[in-house]
Design a protein around this ligand. Structure first.
Ligand code: INI
Length: 163
């Protein structure tokens, strides 16, 4: 039996974080969590790029542009879509999920979904470092594991091309 799993080791990889400014009191916490996960696991500051978008809806466009770059191994997308009283929630949540998933598959590059989608502000707070952990941290760990898994299986190149 062969089991393939990625290690949680960020050393030597390059990462981009795409984080929305909408609901920034939540997304700032997600960013803190993601940076904590990357640095604790060996990523260097020089190997991390952070891009800010106005809202979550704009995240897939930036993720797609970054996904084309051969020098970036993994992308972490962070946002907070909170239902409130507007149907806007559904459009934003659906489009960001679809856009991230499609981009990851199109470019065969790990792109994680660190977007909180919640009914209430309280639930969002819980997932941004309070009761239910930090989804930014989790999203960064998922990307670290995936870049290692793809490298181990030779599914992404050892020699990174600098852009
Ligand atoms: N953007 C979010 O990131 N979270 C939200 O909860 C949200 N809601 O509910 O409106 C939101 N809207 C803005 C959207 O992402 C775009 O920035 C905007 O529509 C301009 O394209």
């Amino acid at each position: 039996m062969n089991i393939y799993e990625g290690k949680i080791d960020a050393k030597g990889f390059r990462f981009a974080i795409v984080v929305s400014r909408f609901n920034s009191f939540i997304t700032d916490k997600l960013l803190e969590g993601a940076l904590d996960a990357l640095k604790r696991n060996g990523a260097l500051d020089k190997d991390i790029e952070i891009y800010r978008t106005p809202g979550s809806f704009e995240i897939p466009l930036v993720a797609k542009i970054l996904a084309k770059r051969k020098d970036i191994d993994g992308i972490i997308c962070l946002g907070a879509v909170i239902k409130g009283a507007t149907p806007h929630f559904h459009y934003v949540a659906t489009e960001v999920a679809k856009g991230i998933a499609m981009t990851s598959l199109e470019y065969t590059k790990p792109i994680s979904f660190g977007i909180i989608t919640s009914e209430t502000l309280e639930q969002a707070i819980e997932r941004a470092g309070a009761k239910s952990g930090n989804k930014g941290y989790d999203a960064a760990i998922a990307v670290i594991e995936m870049v290692n898994l793809l490298r181990e299986k030779g599914l992404c190149s050892e020699e990174r091309q600098e852009s």
